[in-house]
Write a protein that binds this ligand. Structure first.
Ligand SMILES: [Zn+2]
Length: 265
């Protein structure tokens, strides 16, 4: 998979739940999905977009969902599908669950401050962050606002910096270009710093010039390709990214090289 594109931020659901889950999320967020939420549909989309591998970011909206998400993640794992299970911060033993995730061979987990109702710099989260760091697990964390929720600052760039200052070696991936729809703050606090971000659901909103300026001002090894599929279109995001004309070296890093480095470390 040496030159393949890696989508570091995608979603899918078990076949039996996909229709209901996508329907509920479409309704809650006032958005339309590009796919039906099944893994098979994601794979077909990947084929069409020239994407070799997708990281599937699950979200445990209740502590009890840890086990079923783990079980399903083990079933769907393949060279092209890299599942990131999810730990609920209010689970009775988040640190023990992080250990289980590492023992099962997964590369990381996903947290979502809105669906899991926490602020990313809450004191209660730090034991989990330290455990992830010690286990070498990647943390993909939703950052910025979320279109399905009120605009509370649960995961903004200032809070991102508080996490990074206290656990500097944590392999943190901030979603949506540092913080969704909070890009003035991203420019002020994160751009140019050693903070890893994915580009999902940001290029259209930022527009070509602004997206380009932000990406060219950020360390080339700190940006990952991501689509938030099914909420973003994989082929359209690949096209939009290429249209930025970031230069071959930077583009190759962003589309796959950085992601492979993280996943294979
Ligand atoms: Zn997402």
């Amino acid at each position: 998979m040496s030159n393949e594109i890696v989508d570091f931020h995608a979603h899918a659901f078990p076949d039996a739940l996909a229709a209901r889950a996508v329907g509920q999320l479409e309704h809650g967020g006032g958005v339309k999905a590009f796919l039906d939420g099944r893994v098979s549909s994601l794979l077909a989309s990947m084929d069409g977009a020239g994407i070799g591998t997708s990281v599937i970011c699950s979200i445990a909206t209740k502590p009890e969902q840890f086990e079923p998400i783990m079980k399903w993640s083990k079933q769907i794992a393949s060279p092209r599908i890299v599942p990131f299970p999810s730990i609920h911060p209010r689970s009775p033993d988040p640190v023990g669950q992080a250990r289980q995730v590492a023992e099962a061979g997964f590369a990381g987990i996903k947290l979502h401050p809105y669906y899991q109702d926490f602020n990313i710099d809450d004191e209660a989260l730090f034991p989990l962050y330290r455990a992830l760091d010690e286990l070498g697990l990647i943390l993909v964390c939703h950052t910025g606002f979320d279109f399905a929720f009120p605009r509370e600052r649960k995961a903004d760039p200032v809070r991102v910096l508080r996490v990074v200052e206290r656990v500097p070696s944590l392999k943190l991936v901030t979603s949506h270009m540092g913080a969704w729809d909070d890009w003035d703050e991203v420019g002020k606090y994160l751009i140019g710093k050693p903070i890893t971000m994915d580009i999902s659901l940001s290029l259209d909103l930022l527009g070509r010039e602004r997206a380009r300026e932000m990406l060219l001002s950020h360390p080339a090894d700190r940006v990952l390709f991501g689509t938030d599929s099914p909420w973003g279109s994989q082929p359209e995001t690949v096209q939009a990214l290429r249209a930025l004309e970031l230069g071959e070296e930077r583009e190759q890093r962003l589309l796959g090289k950085n992601a492979r480095g993280l996943l294979e470390a």
